[in-house]
Design a protein around this ligand. Sequence first.
Ligand code: NDP
Length: 434
Amino acid sequence: EARDPNQPEFLQAVHEVMGSLWGFIAANPRYAEAGLLERLVEPERVIQFRVSWTDDKGETHTNRAFRVQHSSAIGPFKGGMRFHPTVNLSVLKFLAFEQTFKNALTTLPMGGGKGGSDFDPKGKSRGEVMRFCQALMIELYRHLGPDTDVPAGDMGVGGREVGFMAGMMKKLSNNAACVFTGKGLSFGGSLIRPEATGYGLVYFVQDMLARRNMSLDGLRVSVSGSGNVAQYTVEKAMELGAKVVSVSDSSGTVIDEEGFTREKLAVLMDVKNVHYGRASDYAERLKLRFEPGQRPWSIPVDVALPCATQNELSRDDALLLLKNGVKCVAEGANMPSTLEAVDAFNSAGILYAPGKASNAGGVATSGLEMTQNAERLPWERDEVDNRLRMIMRDIHENCVRYGSRDAGFVNYVDGANIAGFVKVADAMTAQGVY
Ligand code: NDP
């Protein structure tokens, strides 16, 4: 804390992980040797740089961008790029730290990293977004490579932005590898990658519910966010028979007691992915109830799936969800629940999964995209989906293995943190101190 006094998100993420590890390390003291924990919390490298670009009126803007290369212990640095005004070093260090454990959980050989910029894509033209992405790559390209650092999308960075960055990567490196995952299908992308985080989240929820002899069929589900993760979470939950009663964004929450349908989801995707509009526009188009500035946590549901952003679910929200009978909370976003909210869920003994386990399907499928690129062969949709299903099952089993407590209760936070830690720590130990 003395070292990073202005990095609350990073400290929050480290506290959460260390809370899980103390007991495990006390029982396995070899993991306290050779300064392992001190090394693990320090990123291997942090790059900060200026991005200057010109808008459609010819005016110049300067943004700040970063790449946090947290750990390459088990493979190349891997993690998305986020474009959002709230991006700063603390947020990206927390995301890169989390990513290191998440990637270890996938069982694929990927280290952890994260990057992004305080650039706000909202309201920008396609040309402005393209020029910004290209200007960013003029610096970032020299730090990337298929065996060095492999970025992807995150908030504010979807297929369009990945395409612009991958194109510039190709140009500057004189190498067709493009390096990014989440690419378009026509230049090395993988089927199912856009769907993977949301689908993976719902697969994980299926496995959690099965431990209590439940299924999603007929359950009421609330989802926050309305971006990439939220959209495919809605799609898969609906497909499995759940009634999805909300989506949201920073403008507020749409409440739909009738539940989502395929047709409604197509309208949401049109509003968000084609017109880059707001949740309020979606509500207006379908004449649905809209609560400006509200989050969805006061709606009584069986399952709550936060898929928007960090710290969007407070202790009070958690208590309200519990009072209203929530049985399962699983995170599609990274660290959406505050530490106090997580404590409330675990104390109540409900099923609660942290993002680093339940949202790992996206990066896992990015890992599968890297494999397809390396063998220069695209896989069929079913093959990728089946592998995603198996990876989520393995992650769930690993959480149960390390997180099982008395009376059949599984602490998924401890399970995910310890399982991820063991893999990274063993690799760091084997490679010596450097
Ligand atoms: P998108 O940019 O596609 O969507 C983000 C959504 O969250 C938007 O609807 C956005 O609304 C909303 N949002 C942002 N800030 C707030 C806020 N303060 N209050 C309410 N809503 C807000 O991003 P993704 O769907 O890709 O990412 C969502 C989360 O999932 C992030 O935490 C990300 O790190 C995580 N994640 C993403 C993965 C992926 O594969 N994409 C993989 C694993 C995790 P608005 O447009 O109004 O800002």
